[in-house]
Write a protein that binds this ligand. Sequence first.
Ligand code: GLU
Length: 448
Amino acid sequence: MSVRVRFAPSPTGNVHIGNIRAAIFNWLYARHNHGKFLLRVEDTDLERSTPEAISTLMECMQWLGLDYDEEPVYQSKNSERHLAVAEDLLERGLAYKDNKGGGGECVIFRMPTEGLLSFDDLVKGTIKKKAQDTQDFVIVRSNGTPVFHLANVVDDFDMGITHVIRGDDHVENTFKHIEIFKALGAPIPNFGHLPMIVNNQGKPYSKRDGAAFVGEFKEQGYLAETLFNFLLLLGWAPGDDREVLTSDEMIELFTLDRCKSSAARFDTKKLVWMNGEYIRGKPREVYAEQFKERVTSAGLSLGDADLDGIMEQMQVRTRFYSDIPGNCAYFFTDDYPFNAKAVKKRLLKDGVPELLDEVAAAYDKLDVFDMETSHEALVKLAEARETGMGALVHPVRVAVSGLAEGPGLFEMLVLMGKSVVCRRLRLIAQRLRNGEVLAVQEEPSRGR
Ligand code: GLU
């Protein structure tokens, strides 16, 4: 049997991560099995399924590399067919008409009334329900439009879908859908229901927990590869402790028996870390392009800075391209912003201006300014002052860079060069003595 799976979103203008996760799982399942991945746009809600909503959906899929193998199917175009099926079910007594609650005449599908309904879910194992606990349900509304259950099943049948992989919010629907497949005399596809995505409290992940739509993650600077990989791990694992996988590895390893049935926790810290992993893994030329573009478009000049040396330090420390140049402006300008917390903790202390001046004086005396000599000079100063290195290292770092974090201090100082370092140490010492307020940098907000 050759695998045919589909992604069947209802476009609303925003693509929720839970939906796109289903697309990712289906896509990988198709690629792993050399099958077909199809797109069916469930656009029967004409108010929400606007052309813009559909193009947003297509853009998200394209961004993530979710290419489909046949022309997309638009569900709204199949209404005649859905209604003809309903008519046939009526004729065969498998459905009946009823004036539900006086709202007009609907077509109702007849569910079995006795016995046990059960299916073998590819992710969750056998799922059962007593027939007496189910109810007949509407398949055509009183206004003559087909309902989701009917349209979804008829289209899956017509598209020859072999596996339905979707979120576990559909488990209850699946009992209904299987009965419709049977009524149609259609082969029943295999079903696999993916676990719910939850927040740290174990509650369904929602807007309130941070970004929930693909477009938001993109805007916040996440790479498509990051989001793809991260969403894959929400309900699936490769069977070892690998977390960052290439596309080929994902395709090779993706089987449904590696899917997890328990709720998948959305861990934003892991997402941030993973974005950094992907950036670290980029070829230097790719990083360089982003780096130069972002530095120069922030109005900074690359000048004669040791770009290779700087990028070597920064690439491994960049979690978002959008953090450039905020995380390294000091390499390109004396007018770099200061982090308020770092200033308060490291610079607004008694004796700091004097200390910075002393470091500048010690550095001035050095003929060779490299990792070793710049380090050695601070060691000596610390000994002379009978303090630990930390008392020197931290204020120096914040003074010359504005930030509490970055490359190793001595790597950073050497990249800046002795004259820049000494100039800044003295300048900041002076500004602190004058009681000047150092410009502050806002922390980027990413719903963290
Ligand atoms: N349009 C439905 C949804 O987005 C389809 C579910 C499915 O069968 O995959 O939830």
